[in-house]
Design a protein around this ligand. Sequence first.
Ligand code: BTN
Length: 334
Amino acid sequence: MNYNSFDNTGLVKVLTFLKTHNTEYLSGQDLSDVLHISRVAIWKHIKKIQELGYTVESKQKIGYKLIENSDLLLPWEITSNLKTKIIGQKAYYFDTTDSTQNQALKMAGDSTNDGAVITASKQTSGRGRSGRKWISPKGGIWLSVILQPKFDISIATLFPIASALALSIALEKIFSIKPKLKWPNDLTIKEKKIAGMLVDASLESNKIEKLVLGVGINFNVNVKQIEKSLKGTQNFYGAYSISDQKKNIKPISLVQSFLVELEKVYELLNAKQTKNIIDEWTLRSSTIGKEVEINTGDVKIKGKAIKIDDEGALIVENDKTHRIIAGDVIHLSK
Ligand code: BTN
C-alpha cells in the first residue's frame, strides 16, 4: 500500500488522539463523539492503524489504548512536528517499490513536490552509485528527497558529501553513534558501510533544475544476507547494521533529525557557504591522511589523500598532485 502525508486525515486524527491519550483506554463511542467520525469509521481506522504496525490494545467494552508506535517510515510521522521549512514537509510512503529514487524522479516534475521525501519499506531494484545495485530489504531506511537547488553545478559534487555529513551529525545527536565519513559519500563503522548517498540531477543550460538525493541506511538489516548478495561486487567492502550497536531503536527520530540537518547544509550550499561543511566533513573523515587507491573507472591512482577542495573533489598526492571528482576509494593504510 502507498500513503502520503496530506490524505488519510481521518486515520491521522484517530492516531493523534490515541497518541495524546495513551495512558487510558478510549471507547469507540468517545472517539466517535470527540472526533466527529462514525463508530464504524473509527473501527476501520483502528484496524488500519494496527495493520500499519502500531500496537493498539483493544479491550472489549472498555476501548482502545496505543501501546507502541510503528517501525514504518509513514508519511504523517515524517511531517509531524518536523522543524524544517521545505525538506520533508510533504512525504510519500511505499510499502514496496522498485526504487524510491525512480519514484522521486517521476514526481520531481510537479513543482509542489519541492522538498518532498519518499520512503519505502522495501525496494526491489534499489540503485547504488556507479550503476551498482543496492540491496534494500525490510528494516533499512530507504528514502529519496526531491530538491530544486539554487546552487550551481560547480557545487553539486559537494551536495552528497554535505548530505553524508548531515546524516553523521543526526546519528551522533540521536543515537550517540560517531560514524566515519569515507570519500565521497559513505558512512562507516569499523570500516564497514552503514549508509550511502546517491544523487540524480537534471540540468538545464548548465543550471541544476531538479536534484534527487537517495539515502540508504543499513538500520536494522541482516548484514550476512547483504554480504552474501554483494560479495565480489566492485567496491563492496562490507556492511554494518546500526541495530548491531543499538538495540530496540525506532528509525523515525533519526530520519527527522537527518532532514533538519540536511536542510541546514542545503541552505549553506544555496548561500555558497562551503567552508564549514568542508571543515566538519574533514574532521569526521576516515579518508583524509590515508594512503589510498582510487579507481576512477578509467585509471587507478595510488597516493596520499590530502584534502577535499571547495567543490568536494579529493586531492591525492604521489609524485604529482591529482584532483579526483568521482571514483571508488580503497584505504591502504590504517
Ligand atoms: C551508494 O551506492 O552508496 C548509494 C546508495 C543509495 C541507496 C538509496 S536507498 C534509497 C534510494 N533509492 C535507491 O534506489 N537508491 C537510493
